[in-house]
Each structure stands twice: as C-alpha cells, then as structure tokens.
Design a binder for this molecule. Structure first.
Ligand SMILES: [Zn+2]
Length: 253
C-alpha cells in the first residue's frame, strides 16, 4: 500500500520526481574528492580512446579483496545501450564504479534510490550522467508516435529534454541527448535530502556528459550546480570541474 502511494506521488510529480526517505546526509568525507574522481575517470577515458587501456583492478586478488566490501569512488548513470559500457570507456575494474543503467539514462524511484544508496552508504563522491550519441531512446522521443508496451514511460521521461532543446541549431536528437543528460544531472544535484545536501556540503558533484560511439571520447557537458558568475569554458576531456551558465555547444566529431 505504501509502495502504491509512493508510486502515485511519483507519477504526480513527473519524471524528475525525487523521493527519498529521511537520512543524515552529513556522513564522513569521501576518500576521493569529487574533482579527483573525475580526473581519474577522464584519464581512463583517454587511455580507452587511445587504444591503450590498462584494465586495472581485474585480478583474482582484487576480486577476493572486494568480497569484504565495496567503496566505489564514482557513480555512473548511463544508457543500457550495449555499445556504452562505463567500465570499458573509463578503463576501470571491479569495485571502482557504481553503475546504474536504463534506456535513455532517465530518472525514476529505482534509479534515484540506487544512487542515494551509493552516496549514503558507499561513500561515492561523483555522479556522472552519461548520455551517448545516436541514443535510440532519445531518438524515439524526438520522433514521437506510438510505442508499444512500457516503452512510452521512457519516452515521456525524455520529452522535457526534447522540448528544452527544440529550435537549437544542429542535430535535434543529439541536442536532446545533451539536454537530457543536463536535466537529469540537475535533478539529481537538487534531489533532497541525500543528494542535494551532499552537493551543498561539497562532498558530491553531479556532472553531465556525452559518450561518442565512434571516438569513444567522453565529453563533459558542464558541472552542477550551474553558477552563472563562474561561467567558463569547460575542458573537453579532462581537468577541473567547471560550472557553465549556458549549456556547452555541441562539439564537432
Ligand atoms: Zn541510449
């Protein structure tokens, strides 16, 4: 019954509904600062792009060590697309990434709850929301029309990004992919009490990004929360987390 009420409430609040139980967000500081976590991921992505992956933390010893417990330093929310595998494109191994995937990297109670768990109990300090080029879920939302089964629930979650990016120059699907990653990241960064408070305390950052299917490159779109006064150009591949007043322009690929 309580579950039913929660679902109903979520439906009323829309696709970016943020529901969570009460919790003390002021936990221990993460072992790896958010900026350092991002740097580690981008260094791994550079190795992947260059075709020189190190395949770290995949030994039998690492596997045995982790049986005692996990402390993933980053959370990745990304698409279920078979071509988009975070452990591969960030060149990471076992126990490093807490990965949540669904078609279109969208938010729902399960997605948010999973991410809250990783922040609250596992000490992860960075959430990367990674959309990707040629995303079929976003393409379906842009195309419109009828979808069978439960697919419409995914499409509906992406429609706000389609609307937000409508009229932008360039490819409408790619623009919506970028807008979707930004919107989802913004919603997570403000998601009270667990995620929003962790962001305010500086122990969590939420960063939207786009993965390119051809180059393997992860492009940071901009950091959360957006701070107009501190607006600067974001590094394309690695470096500091920089807030943007305006969404980054699509890069040439
Ligand atoms: Zn996709």
């Amino acid at each position: 019954m309580r579950f039913l009420k929660t679902r109903l409430f979520a439906a009323l609040l829309g696709p970016f509904a943020c529901l969570s139980v009460g919790s003390d967000p002021a936990g221990a500081k993460p072992k790896i600062a958010p900026e350092d976590a991002l740097e580690i991921l981008m260094a791994g992505n550079q190795r992947f792009v260059a075709g020189r992956p190190m395949f770290p933390d995949q030994s039998p010893n690492r596997r045995r060590e982790l049986a005692a417990g996990q402390k993933p330093f980053a959370i990745v929310l990304t698409c279920a697309d078979s071509r988009v595998a975070p452990e591969l494109y960030f060149d990471q191994g076992l126990g490093n990434l807490f990965v949540v995937r669904n078609a279109g990297n969208i938010l729902n109670d399960h997605t948010i709850g999973s991410i809250e768990y990783a922040v609250e109990h596992l000490g992860s300090s960075l959430i990367l929301v990674v959309g990707h080029g040629k995303c079929g879920a976003v393409g379906a939302a842009v195309a419109g029309g009828h979808a069978p089964g439960r697919i419409p629930s995914i499409v509906e979650s992406i429609l706000p990004a389609v609307k937000a990016s409508a009229g932008e120059p360039g490819d409408p699907v790619d623009n919506a992919i970028r807008a979707n990653a930004r919107q989802v990241a913004a919603a997570l960064a403000g998601c009270a009490p667990i995620l929003g408070d962790a962001v305010k305390l500086g122990r969590l950052k939420v960063v939207p990004a786009r993965y390119d299917l051809v180059t393997g490159r992860v492009e940071i779109l901009y950091a959360q929360p957006a701070a107009p006064a501190a607006a600067k150009a974001a590094p394309a591949v690695h470096g500091e987390v920089v807030a943007h007043a305006e969404p980054a322009k699509p890069a040439a690929h």
